[in-house]
Design a binder for this molecule. Structure first.
Ligand SMILES: Cc1cc2nc3c(=O)[nH]c(=O)nc-3n(C[C@H](O)[C@H](O)[C@H](O)COP(=O)(O)O)c2cc1C
Length: 699
């Protein structure tokens, strides 16, 4: 059933999505028109007890002759007649019947939007198309209800709150559920208005004249339109909401009464529901509904495009592939990981093929099967893996041996975290000829790090060397990013150094910053870099959070995307002036590429062994090192104090002091330099900073 709802939703979006989008955008504009119309209404409110006959006598005081008048939804009364001073179509006061200035004309934008909304500027064919779009919107709403039930894992949970893990998918679900009723009303009323337009209007049914309200009892507030007879023998015609009454003018008695057909009355109700005419609160709702529909059409389109892209995957296994990646996915995210994995295998020269789990083949020879699957609903299989568990035995038992591993994709925000993957794993393990090659693992909220960890386990167990291009794991690829490849990685406790290959045209210089986006985050982090050759840079990072953990999970061969931000204040001086390079911890990174014969390096860390990570890249023979956790406890500012003469010399020779590392260290160093400067009649640190002779990059 879920498949049916999904197909109906999908087909309706593909067929009518663009029209619905256009109708929603124009709907937003038209939804504000009633507000302007009510603001501009001129006739004023009539006394609700005012009788039609009394209003007529007021009109006769202001008109030589009245042919007809009509009232609109905003209370405006428009008279056709000959006034005391002018004639034609004249607006009058509901209270006094006197002639008023007509309401100001509204912007052409409303008329244009209405034409586009009703007929796409195409007259009758356009109206038919718009009617079909309204029908598609009804289908979308109904199939949407089915999908909501499926998504929630049953009718009972359908009202549970929807967490927004991803704006496109979860936002679409949340807002469509919230506005389901108004959307359905807009769709059904729009469809009704389209249909009645093409249906012949049934004749009015005759009522007994005796049932007509006596003329002197009719209230102005009930009247829609009145037509006065031109010839004496013609009747006076009064149109009410549901009836049309004919009166003999001379004797004031009803001669005929007709019932407005039911379809016409329904048309009027649907018209108000669809346009909000004369109903200000509902108009506000319609505006919100139209805005939500713009959002839903847009996100719906994006999801359709994504789905069509997924259709391009193979459906039958490649006979030469010993490894098959099987993907269970509801909304497509798991495919990104599968594609990155397939690419990694292919780069290693290993033939693989990736299939959706619905295409699980009958396996007759030894194969490695890697299952990557999400969990949906409330611990259910995703759409394309429904029914797979039942087929597993029959599909796999024909082969001599099957190696397998399962990687579950899910979200720990759901109680049944990766439940389907877990069941799949146990079902596979229970089949006689299967052997698990890498332990069952999970990926929470599309974590790149957890995926890479599983790939490493696969490498170990299959004795291969897969490396991952993490740019493939981003849900949305950012433009203008460069590709970087890890060449070498060294680690010391929780700090690691990456030697990274890049395109030499980037013209990177030591001191520049590298902006990195982890695939599962949308915020970049910046790292100071050292340029060690035209195509290589160094990065020194401590594992502290999402981005550093992401970079820390990478190994030689892996790739990631990032961009370079120039940071010229931190470049090596071109004039060979002396420099003191002061850093602690990972702050050493930019200085690993800036060590000229005229510079001295001061570095502070916890233990002596910590410096080992950088030794290979430190070209200065005798850097000054301070260790805060060794027996002789010292900080980098203590080193500066010991080397006071060097500090004074650099400052006197117009050199610079560059400081990179923690903010606490920066404060300690600045205090020390301040002291040294004061006792040697040198400018203060504030002045030195202003003149660019102390530059800092601290965090
Ligand atoms: C409506 C809905 C229900 C979900 N139910 C579960 C669940 O029960 N357990 C779980 O671990 N993850 C659940 N998830 C999270 C998805 O499994 C996770 O986002 C996954 O990465 C989606 O991958 P896919 O796009 O390939 O289907 C649910 C997500 C949605 C939108």
């Amino acid at each position: 059933m879920a498949k049916f709802w999904r197909q109906l939703h999908f087909v309706s979006t593909v067929v009518a999505g663009l029209f619905i989008f256009l109708a929603s955008v124009t709907g937003c504009i038209l939804a504000v028109e009633p507000w302007f119309l009510s603001q501009n209404a001129v006739s004023g409110a009539a006394n609700p007890d005012l009788k039609l006959v009394d209003f007529q006598s007021k009109l006769s005081e202001n008109f030589l002759e009245v042919f007809s008048f009509e009232k609109d939804a905003y209370g405006n009364i428009k008279v056709e007649g000959i006034g005391l001073e002018e004639e034609g179509t004249l607006f009058v006061s509901a209270e006094s019947g006197s002639v008023l200035q007509p309401p100001p004309k509204l912007s052409r934008l409303f008329d244009t939007s209405r034409d586009l909304h009703r007929s796409l500027f195409l007259k009758t064919p356009g109206r038919i198309l718009v009617g079909l779009a309204a029908l598609a919107l009804v289908f979308l709403s109904i199939s949407g209800i089915g999908l909501h039930i499926k998504r929630a894992g049953g009718l009972r949970s359908v009202l549970k709150s929807i967490r927004i893990l991803e704006l496109r998918r979860d936002g679409h679900a949340r807002w469509s559920r919230l506005f389901l009723v108004p959307i359905l009303i807009v769709a059904v009323s729009g469809l009704y208005l389209s249909v009645v337009r093409f249906a012949p209007t049934p004749p009015n049914a005759a009522l007994s004249p005796a049932s007509a309200t006596p003329l002197d009892q009719i209230l102005l507030s009930d009247v829609r339109q009145v037509a006065y007879p031109v010839m004496e023998e013609e009747p006076l015609v009064i149109e009410l909401a549901d009836r049309i009454l004919y009166f003999d003018q001379a004797q004031n008695i009803p001669t005929r009464a007709e019932q407005v057909p039911w379809s016409e009355q329904m048309r009027a109700v649907n018209f108000v529901l669809h346009t909000g005419e004369g109903a200000p609160v509902w108009t506000g709702f319609l505006l919100l509904t139209s805005l939500v529909m713009v959002f839903l059409s847009f996100t719906g389109f994006q999801m359709v495009v994504e789905r069509l892209r997924l259709k391009k995957h193979r459906t039958v296994p490649d006979a030469n592939a010993d490894t098959i990646i099987l993907v269970g996915s509801e909304t497509g995210h798991t495919w990104r990981f599968a594609d990155a994995l397939e690419e990694a295998f292919t780069r290693q020269g290993i033939q693989v093929c990736t299939l959706g789990m619905e295409n699980l083949p009958k396996v007759t020879s030894a194969k490695t099967l890697l299952f990557l699957t999400s969990t949906y609903g409330d611990g259910d299989a995703p759409e394309n893996a429904q029914g797979v568990l039942k087929r597993l035995n029959a599909c796999l038992s024909g082969a001599d041996s099957i190696k397998f591993s399962v990687l579950g994709f899910g979200s720990s925000e759901y109680p049944a975290f990766c439940a389907f993957a877990e069941v799949l794993r146990y079902t596979l393990a229970a089949i006689e000829n299967t052997r698990e090659i890498a332990p069952y693992s999970t990926v929470d909220n599309q974590s790149a790090v957890q995926f890479i960890d599983w790939v490493r386990a696969l490498n170990k167990n299959l004795n291969i060397d897969l490396s991952i291009d993490t740019s493939r794991l981003h849900p949305v690829r950012k433009k203008g990013l460069e590709s970087f490849q890890i060449r070498e990685k060294a680690e010391q406790e929780d700090t690691f150094l990456l030697r990274i290959l890049h395109d030499k045209n980037l013209g990177i210089r030591s001191g520049d910053l590298l902006g990195v986006y982890p695939p599962d985050e949308n915020i970049e982090r910046y790292y100071s870099i050292a340029s060690v050759s035209p195509t290589e840079l160094l990065l020194v990072i401590k594992r502290t959070g999402l981005c550093s953990n992401f970079l820390g999970s990478l190994a030689a061969g892996d790739r990631f995307e990032g961009y370079i931000k120039a940071n010229s204040a931190f470049y090596e001086p071109v004039d060979e002036k002396p420099a003191l390079l002061v850093a602690n911890g990972t702050g050493i990174a930019p200085f690993l590429g800036q060590q000229s014969s005229n510079s001295q390096l001061f570095w502070g860390g916890k233990y002596q062994t910590d410096f080992k990570l950088f030794e290979k890249y430190c070209s200065i023979n005798s850097p000054y090192l301070a260790f805060s956790r060794e027996k002789e406890k010292a900080y980098v500012q203590d080193l500066l104090l010991c080397r006071e003469a060097d500090v004074v010399k650099v400052l006197k020779e117009n050199g610079t002091i560059k400081i990179c590392g923690s903010l606490t260290m920066l404060k300690g160093v600045l205090d020390t330099v301040e002291k040294i400067a004061a006792s040697n009649a040198l400018p203060s640190t504030e002045e030195l900073r202003k003149s660019g002779r102390i530059v800092t990059d601290c965090y």
